[in-house]
Design a protein. Structure first.
Length: 617
């Protein structure tokens, strides 16, 4: 949830840290801080540990540092998403030990911090924040005997919880130390310099090769040297460097007012990249070599259980419809945080499919661990190379959406859908569940989706008109049936997240069992009704809404004139096979949410209270 950047080298640390934090601000944005060591500030020759922190967005800290820049080539920094203690400067990271010798930033939760704090207080330590992290800084200080990694190792032996940590000591101006347990931490190195960060975008300006730390590992970065060891043993570990294929431009707004809008418009490319190379030359089969490790398991699989959260769950719900319809495998979809606390029935014949953009969502990670304990095989669909969930899965199919910076997920969602279509057709072929001609026809339709999406993106007149008319309405109801019931849920979630208006997604057939009581002229109803086998049913629902003086905004297939008679507004999407319509129908709903939020003056990329990846329960 929080973002960490650390630097050691010859460059101006403040610049590197702030640039990295800007790229990570989506991870947390209620306060920010830096600690930089200045070797030359003190006439005695001892380094000076300078710390600056600010409540609020990163720009507050940037303003402070532009007036009084901190000199030095070694530092750590943090953007916070508060868990313990309100978001103020005092609770912002970095935190220090009693002597002001150690500075530390942390992402995660120290579960036993209260016991540790009491024990340290009995020894005379005094604390100035309400955070769990400050305890860690004191603990490292308590064990410090001149070698930072030893002190961190000793401190972490006392700690229960999850963490990614970056720490420096005033007494060791040539060393940056990090550790990971349950929260992501990556490192990069160049000539005479090293970087630590909680996510790839922070390092894109400097390196395309990273080392991914695993749980219970400690990293020591010195100028020109990077070494990793186990938390329990001080013995060097060999780590592979992983190549990153994201460009720096993918982490920039490139002229768009918000990342969210840029990411919405990137969807045709993201989908091309995700589908690319996964369709056979003859266009009659899906190629997913990633599934090789699951060959045997897929042959004997009897059931799929999809686990995911938020938007990724909505993708999973679409997955259920298509996997059951075409691959004829029974599918259950569960919210990860529910799955992990019930007693799911799983065995070797169950495939657990985890869907996650970030690959770090704590509940989904716990869910796959539970699945493995129960003997199930785990496949994940993920966007972030080398993140925790793919690393702990038996196989992974990556979406190639590129970095998604806006907190509200858009391109990652449609790419997750694309992978689910690929997987469905792959399994349909494997299980002979569909005739070859039908597979070919669906592949042809799928391949055309990116170009059809380009047309959707050019057609924003009605969307802008609806945003203008209804941005101050009482709320929104979203209705869809079958495969587009999840589209309704996703449309409503987008509105809630970024415009702070209430919106509810419902299966249209359920309307008469309750939500119909809400229908009135102040609650626009968005009806997702492209051509499909439930189209007529949607038309009946629309009539029921109109009969009660409701406002209807329909999303319909180009050429559907009938729907226009019954709706106040119609957003047309190109004609595609009904089964593929969720890939197109989601996009006008993203745009509608975006333009409503823009009209309401909301902070679109960083909506209040949210964070991009939810690495705590
Ligand atoms: C989407 O707009 C949300 N911000 C959120 O629901 C997100 O999809 C959810 O937290 C799951 O994240 P993940 O895909 O990284 O696991």
């Amino acid at each position: 949830m929080c973002g960490i950047v650390g630097y050691i080298g010859q460059r101006n640390a403040q610049e590197v840290l702030l640039r990295g934090l800007r790229r990570l601000e989506y991870r947390g944005y209620d306060s920010a801080g830096v600690a930089i060591l200045n070797n030359k500030a003190n006439p005695s020759g001892a380094a000076v540990l300078q710390i600056k922190k600010r409540a609020g967005k990163l720009k507050g800290l940037e303003a402070l540092l532009s007036k009084r820049p901190l000199k030095g080539n070694l530092g750590i920094s943090h953007v916070r998403w508060a868990t313990h203690g309100i978001p103020n400067a005092r609770n912002a990271h970095p935190h220090r030990d009693c002597q002001g010798r150690i500075a530390l930033v942390h992402n995660g939760i120290i579960e036993n911090y209260e016991q540790l704090k009491e024990a340290l207080a009995r020894e005379g330590h005094t604390f100035c924040s309400q955070t769990d992290t400050e305890v860690l800084a004191h603990l490292v200080g308590r064990f410090y005997r001149g070698r930072l990694e030893d002190a961190l190792r000793a401190a972490l032996k006392k700690v229960r919880g999850s963490y990614a940590i970056a720490v420096i000591s005033r007494d060791e101006p040539g060393k940056l130390v990090g550790a990971r347990m349950g929260s992501p931490l990556i490192a990069g190195s160049g000539e005479n310099e090293g970087f630590l960060a909680s996510d790839i975008p922070a390092l894109l300006d400097y390196t395309k090769e990273v080392v991914l730390l695993d749980d219970r590992e400690i990293i020591v970065l010195e100028r020109g040297k990077l070494s990793v060891s186990n938390l329990d043993k001080d013995q060097p570990l060999k780590k592979k460097r992983v190549k990153i294929n994201w460009d720096v431009s993918s982490a920039e707004k490139e002229g768009f007012p918000h990342f969210m809008l840029k990411e919405i418009y990137e969807q045709p490319k993201a989908l091309r990249d995700t589908l690319g190379g996964r369709i056979s030359e003859k266009k009659d089969a899906i190629i997913l070599p990633e599934l090789k490790p699951l060959e045997k398991a897929l042959a004997s699989m009897q059931r799929i259980v999809i686990i995911s959260c938020g938007t990724a769950r909505h993708a999973g719900l679409v997955g259920k419809y298509i996997l059951e319809q075409y691959a004829r495998v029974p599918v259950e979809v569960d919210i990860s945080s529910e799955f992990r606390y019930r007693s799911p029935i799983l065995n070797q014949k169950t495939l657990v499919l985890a869907i996650t953009q970030s690959g770090e969502t704590a509940d989904t990670l716990a869910g796959i661990r539970l699945a493995k304990e129960c003997g199930a095989k785990v496949l994940s669909i993920c966007n972030v190379l080398g993140s925790s969930i793919p690393r702990e899965s038996d196989a992974v199919i990556y979406t190639h959406a590129g970095p998604e910076i806006a907190v509200a997920s858009t391109k990652a969602y449609t790419c997750q859908l694309a992978v689910l279509y690929l997987l469905t057709l792959y399994l349909a072929g494997l299980k002979n569940a569909l005739p070859g001609a039908k597979i070919k026809q669906l592949i042809a339709g799928l391949e055309k989706i990116p170009q059809e999406l380009e047309k959707v993106l050019q057609n924003k007149k009605v969307i802008l008109e609806c945003a203008r008319r209804y941005y101050h309405s009482f709320g929104f109801l979203y209705l869809g049936r079958s495969l587009n019931f999840p589209t309704a849920l996703e449309g409503a979630l987008k509105i809630k997240e970024i415009s702070y208006m209430h919106a509810e997604g419902y299966a249209a057939g359920e309307m008469k069992h309750g939500p119909i009581a809400l229908i009135n002229p102040h609650l626009p109803v968005v009806c997702i009704a492209p051509e499909s086998r439930v189209h007529q049913k949607m038309l009946s629902n629309i009539e029921e809404i109109k009969a009660r003086r409701g406002i209807v905004i329909s999303v319909a297939t180009a050429g559907d004139k009938l729907i226009a008679h019954h709706s106040n507004h119609v957003i047309y999407i190109p004609r595609v096979a009904g089964v593929l319509s969720p890939l197109l129908a989601a996009v006008p709903l993203q745009l509608l949410a975006y333009h409503i939020a823009a009209k309401r003056g909301c902070d679109i990329d960083q909506p209040k209270n949210l964070a991009k990846s939810v690495t705590v329960e």
